[in-house]
Design a protein around this ligand. Structure first.
Ligand code: LLP
Length: 421
């Protein structure tokens, strides 16, 4: 979170005071640092310099097209999982040839959009999907590049809801079945087999699950190559975790690259990476205002205007986000244990319980750190609360990159049928 720091006693995003933003746009809002995104992307690029590689940023982590454009301008391609994300990437100026289409349930309509607009490759996850894609490609007389997503049956050692590489997860094709499917791909006249893809989970903080799955993939590639199949690309997915707590253990990127190089360098494939969280996670915060405080029995509640619908991670993964006060607190004694909660009518709308933070009063601002990934993209309008605005800071300026919708525009989307009028 190096681009979010106190200056003169108040939190700044780069050189912009968070209070100045709040005065103009109101709370809650997300604010992202462009420099933080650029730095994390360039740091990864630098580590990968000696590797034959490409980066396809995972759009799902943060799909605002201003963010996509920023990342695309750094040279990145995109990894998308729906035609909506595909169209966002195109709208951000990314050429189809730099877009990887992943996902376990692509519909024919979605395939058609991407096959027509151009795509680097489809990562296919079942035999039925393969045949559907072949039919779609035939209907527009195109041959589309395909990688097969492998399920290596490896425990990623992360939260079970974001673990994707075990045999009982819905993702990919069991590693033992892949060779057979590759032979079938060869019979699909409108599909060109290019390689394999693997993604075992997200927020990984240990190298060993990567090692296990990559070794399995390398063995599979060797056996496919010796059976005469040309494997030119290996999509190694994303998943590199970030430190949500200061000093938390994360994977050392140089060691990750070393591992990848050791395992794959003699296979002569282009290695594709799909980082999401690593690029944007620590580049954003969610800023909220305290609405009320109340203390009963042994609990102190801090009720803020941001909610589980704005940052879902604590509610569904029990995820930890640091809480930063916007005014720097110099007095370590003046702290309290708070349950920080939102206004939604669910007990699950709780960001944290019993967290020690500086004493707060109604109107004070606080922020949830490390919210740049899977924050705004997972938000909803539950309880008819508008999606929170997104702000992008670059040096001394900020821009609203998504405005807060009016309640009226939300209600207007509903249609009362004639018979009820
Ligand atoms: N590639 C594929 C095929 C994926 O499914 C994902 C994430 C990524 C790449 C990017 O993973 P990353 O580098 O960001 O870890 N909502 C959850 C995370 C879900 C991740 C889903 N797939 C969270 O808030 O932690």
């Amino acid at each position: 979170m190096e681009y979010f720091a106190y200056r003169g006693g108040f939190l700044h995003a780069e050189n912009v005071s968070v209070i100045d933003i709040s005065e103009q746009v109101g709370t809650p809002f997300y604010v992202y640092s462009a420099s933080a995104i650029e730095k994390s992307y360039r740091d990864l690029e630098r580590e990968l310099k000696a590797v034959n590689h490409s980066i396809s940023y995972a759009v799902k982590a943060n799909s605002n097209i201003a963010i996509l454009r920023l990342i695309a301008q750094l040279g990145s391609g995109m990894d998308v999982v729906s035609s909506g994300e595909y169209r966002r990437a195109i709208a951000a100026g990314v050429p189809g040839e730099k877009i990887v289409f992943s996902g376990v349930g692509k519909t024919k309509e979605e395939m058609l959009i991407a096959a027509t607009g151009g795509v680097k490759q489809f990562n296919v996850e079942s035999e039925e999907e393969l045949f559907a894609l072949n039919a779609v490609a035939r209907s527009i007389e195109k041959v589309v590049p395909v990688s097969i997503r492998v399920n290596p049956n490896v425990n990623a050692d992360t939260h079970e809801k974001i673990s994707t590489g075990k045999s009982d997860n819905k993702f990919g094709i069991p590693i033992t079945e892949v060779a057979q499917l590759v032979s079938k791909v060869k019979k699909c006249s409108n599909i060109k087999f290019v390689g394999l893809a693997v993604h075992i989970g997200s927020q990984l903080t240990d190298l060993s699950p990567y090692k296990k799955s990559f070794e399995k993939i390398a063995d599979l590639v060797k056996s496919l190559q010796s059976a005469g199949h040309k494997v030119t690309r290996l999509d190694l997915g994303g998943g590199l975790g970030i430190a949500y707590k200061k000093g938390a253990k994360v994977i050392n990127i140089s060691k990750y690259v070393q591992l990848v190089t050791n395992i794959f360098s003699d296979l002569r494939c282009e290695l594709e990476f799909e980082p999401g969280r690593l690029i944007v996670g620590n580049a954003g915060i969610l800023v909220c205002s305290a609405i009320y405080t109340k203390s009963y029995q042994s609990r102190n509640f801090l009720i803020v205007d941001g909610a589980m619908i704005d940052l879902l991670r604590p509610a569904i993964y029990d995820a930890y986000h640091d809480i930063i006060t916007i005014r720097e607190s110099n007095c370590s004694n003046d702290r309290m244990l708070y349950d920080v909660v939102g206004p939604i009518c669910e007990t699950g709308d709780t960001f944290t319980r019993n967290r020690s933070i500086p004493k707060m009063r109604a109107g004070d601002l606080i922020a949830f750190a490390s919210s740049g990934a899977y924050g705004a993209t997972m938000a909803s309008e539950y309880n008819t609360r508008p999606l929170v605005p997104e702000i992008l800071v670059k040096n001394g300026n900020f821009d609203v990159i998504r405005a807060r919708p009016s309640i009226e525009s939300i209600i207007k989307k509903d249609i009362v049928p004639d018979w009820l009028r």
